[in-house]
Design a protein around this ligand. Structure first.
Ligand code: XLS
Ligand code: NI
Ligand code: NI
Length: 439
């Protein structure tokens, strides 16, 4: 039986690029073959639980605007969690998207003890199991919320109090068990409050050692239970902490190397977090593929002016084209996918706004993917870059990087022929124009 939340909204149909109805897919055509693969399998779209069903529309200056019935004060929290699950799966089906994502605390209320909280999570997971079997919808990833409760105000794994570290470990164990049970394709760790507010009360070395040990335990447990998915870290430079340790892809890579985890953990890269770090989304994607740790993306769009993690829905096709170009060059998604970590603006009150946001963004993403595929097929963009570095293919130059040279041998090479390198154009405007041919 339907909850009635979405009224008589029917599943969204693909109507083709000529459609003028914004509540149809004009480009997201899941069976369309792009570079030899179905679009749905390329994008692996996922709907998140937290922004859609848990956030009430509040901001630092005002409370709830959405007034969702499953959040009403005084209701039985488990009844509300069950209603929320019903609404969520109705929405997944209206959108026709293949995956969802959640934090443990999104799906069920926190109890008086961790055992009670776990039991609540596990009870909703039972419901998910059935709904997933009925609908064919899969779990892209699960994660643990270790930042909302005040016990985590000074961090979870990086907390000065070992009891909080232990509590966090116990909570992650259950979240990984549930993710495994629901056949999750990945398990995500986003830093939450793993960072600091002031150095005056902080010992960074101690906190990084704690974080390194914690992540090693996560990886050990993954192997112990035979979890087949990837462990993903989601970098973010600040917010909620003033400084977050998982600052950006390059910083996290250094951390993984230091704690022996670079072959065990991959990246979940979020557009808005890249912007907060002073990078572009494509910079973070490119960095991850260069380091061999590209995993998944949290898709959204940050406000470029305000300096907060605003989590708008991604609607900018030229930007999305460059992002999917990087993703395709990385070989595309394996276990990862495109998770809408995006929320409505707090004035967007109507249930249909939730649907419109995802449909509009999925369509922009599909256009981005198709444009990126054309860039690859055309070949000139990548060809230009390959040519630019072609000198390094010559045996005498390849040898340099293999270690077969020194400052002395290179000095000799330059002096014997009075070598004077000839600058070549970087052709940025040509390449930008070329990219624009496809968007
Ligand atoms: C917060 C993060 C969070 C993670 C999941 O900024 O984006 O939503 O994706 O914990
Ligand atoms: Ni995110
Ligand atoms: Ni975020």
């Amino acid at each position: 039986m339907s909850t009635g939340f979405f009224g008589d909204l029917q599943p969204i149909q693909y109507a083709g690029p000529s459609s003028r109805d914004p509540l149809t897919y004009r480009h997201y055509n899941k069976d369309e073959i792009v570079l030899g693969k179905r679009m749905e399998d390329h994008l692996r779209l996922a709907v998140c639980y937290w922004h859609n069903f848990c956030w009430p529309g509040s901001d630092p200056f005002g409370g709830e605007t959405f007034m969702r019935s499953w959040m009403a004060a005084g209701g039985d929290p488990m009844d509300q969690a069950r209603l929320k699950a019903d609404v969520a799966f109705e929405m997944f089906q209206i959108l026709g998207m293949p995956f969802f994502t959640f934090h443990d605390r999104d799906i069920a209320p926190e109890g008086k003890t961790l055992a009670e909280s776990n039991a609540n999570v596990n009870a909703i997971a039972d419901i998910f199991e059935k709904k997933m079997a009925d609908t064919g919808i899969g779990l892209l990833w699960g994660t643990a919320n270790m930042f909302s409760n005040r016990r985590f105000m000074s961090g979870a794994a990086t907390n000065p109090d070992p009891d909080v570290f232990a509590y966090a470990a116990a909570q992650v164990k259950n979240a990984m068990d549930v993710t495994q049970r629901l056949n999750g394709a990945n398990y995500v760790l986003w830093g939450g409050r793993e960072g600091y507010e002031t150095l005056l009360n902080t010992n960074i070395k101690q906190e990084l050692d704690q974080l390194g040990r914690f992540l090693n335990m996560v990886v050990e447990y993954k192997h112990k239970i035979g979890f087949k998915g990837a462990i993903l870290i989601e970098p973010k430079p600040q917010e909620p902490s003033k400084h977050q340790y998982d600052y950006d892809v390059a910083t996290v890579y250094g951390f993984l190397k230091a704690y022996g985890l670079e072959n065990e953990v991959k990246m979940n890269i979020e557009q808005g977090h890249a912007i907060l770090a002073g990078h572009s989304f494509e910079h973070e994607l490119h960095m991850a593929r260069s380091l061999g740790i590209f995993g998944s993306v949290d898709m959204n769009r940050n406000d470029y002016q305000c300096g907060w993690d605003t989590d708008h829905f991604g609607m900018n096709v030229p930007e999305l084209a460059l992002a999917y170009y990087e993703i395709l060059l990385a070989g595309g998604f394996t276990s990862g996918g495109t998770n809408f970590d995006a929320k409505l603006r707090r004035q967007s009150l109507d249930p249909v706004d939730l649907i419109q946001a995802h449909v509009g963004s999925a369509d922009a993403i599909a256009r981005g993917l198709k444009a990126a595929a054309e860039m690859i097929e055309d070949g000139r963009m990548k060809g230009f870059v390959d040519d630019r570095y072609a000198g390094w293919q010559k045996p005498e130059n390849a040898e340099i990087l293999k270690g077969g040279s020194s400052l002395e041998t290179l000095a000799e090479r330059v002096h014997t022929s009075d070598l004077e390198p000839q600058p070549k154009s970087g052709k940025q405007e040509y390449l930008e124009s070329l990219a624009n041919l496809f968007v």
